[in-house]
Design a protein around this ligand. Structure first.
Ligand code: ATP
Ligand code: MG
Length: 363
């Protein structure tokens, strides 16, 4: 799958811009704060329905304007698509693909898949479990909408259970006899989520191992470490597990066990990368995970996603750079950079210079 053309009106610092992409490498370069990341953000919006960095959609509308308009033309092996998006300054958003209204933004992933690498992704290695869960959840949801639905439902029920536990403590009520109702619902959802996370990490771990080895000869081992550890994960066993710990949760007035506490362990050369990974190793790990994600999408969908690499090249040493160039040679990728390194670029590479919200197509 690849994107062909992006049009922006009053989006971020662009008054009006149009970019026609190469189906292979696209390099978006320019000084800091000119609008490079804004381009990747616009493409990302058409896949995920929300920005990878904005807190609210209001931020996306150019200062002083009433609305932003975006148009993206893209295609997969079967057909072509035109996506249109309008964002009002109050944050309201309307999206259409081929003249059909998209009512649920999660539907966008059925049309366009992207994998974004941004500098914040280094947190996947040393950050809290939350960051790794978000990576896994995002990656699985992109392929399995039902997973996202289960996750949403689970979060709703866990919120209810938490307020029940809190209220019980506060009002000195006995919930010992009613807590099982919530645990029963949670167990059903948790089993599905745990199976998906386990399956995902098994698949992706294999790619990560190979990619890590190719990039730097290092051994990266990724493993799902669920909070509820059981020999056999079934609705029954999870339910029993939770019920058996009801007293502790009542005492703590909060849900202590469940998929909200899952993590993924990453070991590099036998050591926990959370504690021991160097800066360069963190980069290798995060990059391996993102490339693994794109391989995984291709395996399931038969189409590579569009790779959006924000500010990554300048941070990599020459060996890692070369590996990455080799990896992306035959896939569509948008790379931002403050300096152009045309090394290894071919006639299929397009260069866009960005200067204060203006695009200068130099190739
Ligand atoms: P860097 O190399 O530092 O990452 P960049 O080229 O990626 O820079 P972007 O993050 O794409 O920069 O764009 C930042 C610019 O966009 C800033 O100058 C910022 O003030 C401007 N900007 C952000 N949101 C808006 C908006 N809603 N309206 C107008 N300008 C905006
Ligand atoms: Mg940037």
């Amino acid at each position: 799958m690849h994107i062909r053309k992006l049009k922006l009106v009053n989006f971020r610092n662009y008054e009006s811009a149009e970019l026609e992409f190469s189906p292979l490498t696209n390099i978006i370069y320019g000084n800091n704060a000119q609008g490079k990341t804004n381009i990747l953000e616009a493409v990302y919006l058409f896949s995920q329905g929300r920005s990878h960095r904005a807190k609210t959609d209001k931020e996306l509308v150019r200062f002083g304007e009433d609305f932003a308009k975006l148009k993206l033309e893209f295609e997969d092996s079967e057909r072509t698509y035109t996506g249109k998006m309008q964002i009002l300054k109050n944050g309201r958003k309307a999206v259409r693909i081929n003249h059909v209204d998209i009512t649920k933004l999660s539907q966008l992933m059925n049309y366009l898949n992207v994998v974004m690498f941004s500098p914040e992704d280094l947190n996947m290695v040393k950050g809290s479990p939350n960051v790794r869960r978000r990576f896994a959840d995002g990656a699985i949801s992109q392929l399995y909408p039902l997973y996202m639905a289960s996750l949403r439902e689970y979060n709703k029920v866990i919120d209810q259970k938490n307020s029940l536990l809190r209220n019980a403590k506060y009002n000195n009520q006995n919930v010992r006899d009613t807590l099982w109702i919530w645990n029963e619902q949670l167990a059903g959802l948790a089993v599905r989520i745990m199976h998906s996370r386990a399956e995902f990490s098994k698949q992706i771990a294999e790619y990560v191992r190979i990619i890590g080895n190719d990039i730097s000869g290092e051994e990266i081992v990724l493993r799902y470490t669920p909070n509820i550890r059981l020999d056999e994960v079934t609705e029954e066993s999870v339910y029993e597990f939770l019920n058996g710990r009801a007293d502790r949760e009542i005492d703590a007035a909060s849900s202590l066990y469940g998929i909200q506490r899952d993590d993924f362990e990453i070991r590099i050369n036998g050591r926990d990368s959370k504690l021991f990974a160097s800066q360069g190793q963190q980069r290798t790990v995060a990059l391996s995970m993102k490339i693994a994600q794109s391989e995984y999408i291709n395996e399931i969908k038969g189409e590579y996603p569009i790779l959006l690499l924000d500010d990554i090249m300048s941070e990599l040493d020459i060996k890692r750079r070369m590996y990455l160039s080799e990896q992306i040679r035959d896939k569509q990728v948008l790379i931002t950079s403050t300096d152009v390194d045309i090394n290894g670029s071919t006639t299929d590479t397009r260069l866009f210079k960005i200067d204060k919200g203006a695009v200068i197509d130099v190739s």
